[in-house]
Design a protein around this ligand. Structure first.
Ligand SMILES: NC(=O)c1ccc[n+]([C@@H]2O[C@H](COP(=O)([O-])OP(=O)(O)OC[C@H]3O[C@@H](n4cnc5c(N)ncnc54)[C@H](OP(=O)(O)O)[C@@H]3O)[C@@H](O)[C@H]2O)c1
Length: 342
């Protein structure tokens, strides 16, 4: 079974964030990261309903205190506010953070499948805006935030290589759920990382993409490990979400609602598999972190409580064969469904 080939987590890094298990972020980045990180999309002004800067900053602080050092954001999250908040948190202690951000979504023309970044200088200028918002002179990981193969791929690759040569980024890659764009980014074998949606509800990456990353040494950053909150087992058929939380589509859109109800059934069946000393969210993160291709998972924490609970999952034992077998019975290996369209 796939999880049996996994080496013990590395904990060879000394420093202020050394208490959580760590993994190499792929074979080429030279970075090691906590096996659980923190995603920072759901800040005030994003598409995740009401949020408060104090809670978001407290989530970052609680993550750090718990041993998390890997943080994921994007230029587009809340119009740059997410990067700015992370910048505020990093002030005077940049070395405690491994920062991943993204570029490509702003002004992406979905119909033409083309981004506004059609020259290397525009791409470099875009990443320099992120550097300013983050208040830093280097980004650890820059990711292309577009999920379709698009004509500007060579611009992104050339721009990312130049930024790396210039010391403005340490590593680069793409956020996608598709193998083809990843292959395009890795055509010369120098794509450092992939960010991908992977969870108990979406095991599709196990079929091709995760094995490809293992073979080629690409570090894997997992988003969606909690399936946007579904795997925290806190919603039911009567759930409601505010208008400015895109999850209201789970209720309002008949097709999505049908899917939501099916997912709730799977979550209900999962309850008997979760050990008594863990929350379902922690169990779901253990599942993700147990895959040998995965370097880190970045659950979106809205507050300090969620951040602490997610970080604690990093220290739990890897899934046993019995636990994995139980999950296999609910969602087949390589099966499930995409939570994100991309
Ligand atoms: N295209 C891309 O590159 C892309 C797309 C999506 C996400 N991301 C990245 O991935 C990060 C995570 O986003 P995601 O979509 O993958 O979401 P997720 O982590 O699967 O789910 C996040 C939601 O789970 C709930 N949650 C988190 N921790 C919890 C805990 N300990 N206990 C109970 N509930 C908990 C919260 O729900 P409530 O809001 O109900 O509290 C939170 O909003 C983002 O912040 C972003 O950095 C990237």
């Amino acid at each position: 079974m796939w999880h049996e080939g996994r080496k013990p987590p590395r904990s060879n890094v000394v420093g202020m964030n050394a208490q959580l298990p760590r993994n190499q972020l792929g074979l080429r980045t030279g970075l090691t990261v906590s096996t659980i990180g923190t995603g920072l999309w759901s800040v005030a002004g994003s598409e995740w309903g009401p949020a408060d800067d104090r809670d978001s900053l407290a989530a970052i602080e609680a993550s750090l205190e718990s041993g998390v050092d890997f943080f994921d954001t994007a230029d587009v999250y809340a119009g740059g506010h997410s990067e700015e908040l992370l910048g505020r948190a990093m002030k005077g202690r940049r070395e405690r953070f491994v920062v991943a951000t993204k570029i490509g979504w702003i002004d992406f023309d979905g119909e033409a499948g083309r981004s506004q970044y059609d020259t290397v200088s525009k791409l470099v200028a875009g990443v320099e805006s992120s550097l300013r918002r983050l208040g830093t002179d280097y980004i650890d990981v820059i990711q292309c935030h577009i999920y379709f193969t698009e004509p500007n791929t060579p611009v992104f690759i050339e721009g990312f290589r130049k930024l790396k040569e210039d010391g403005k980024v340490r590593a680069w890659g793409i956020s996608t759920g598709e193998l083809e764009p990843l292959r395009a980014f890795n055509a010369d074998g120098d794509c450092d990382v992939l960010q991908i949606d992977y969870s108990i509800l979406n095991r599709m990456p196990e079929a091709e993409i995760l094995p490809y990353c293992r073979e080629t040494g690409i570090g894997v950053i997992v988003r969606g490990g909690l399936a946007m909150g579904l795997l925290a087992d806190k919603y039911d058929a009567a759930a409601t979400f505010p208008d400015n939380d895109f999850r209201h589509n789970w209720i309002d859109d008949p097709e999505q609602n049908q899917q939501f109800l099916q997912d709730l059934d799977t979550v209900a069946s999962l309850r008997s598999v979760v050990p008594a000393d863990q929350t379902m969210a922690q169990f779901a993160l253990r599942f993700v972190a147990s895959h040998p291709a995965v370097s880190t998972a970045i659950p979106g924490a809205r507050n300090a409580r969620q951040a602490r609970s997610n970080a604690a999952a990093a220290s739990l034992p890897r899934l046993s064969s019995e636990e994995l077998g139980e999950i296999d019975r609910l969602v087949a290996p390589g099966g499930g469904r995409k939570i994100w369209p991309a």
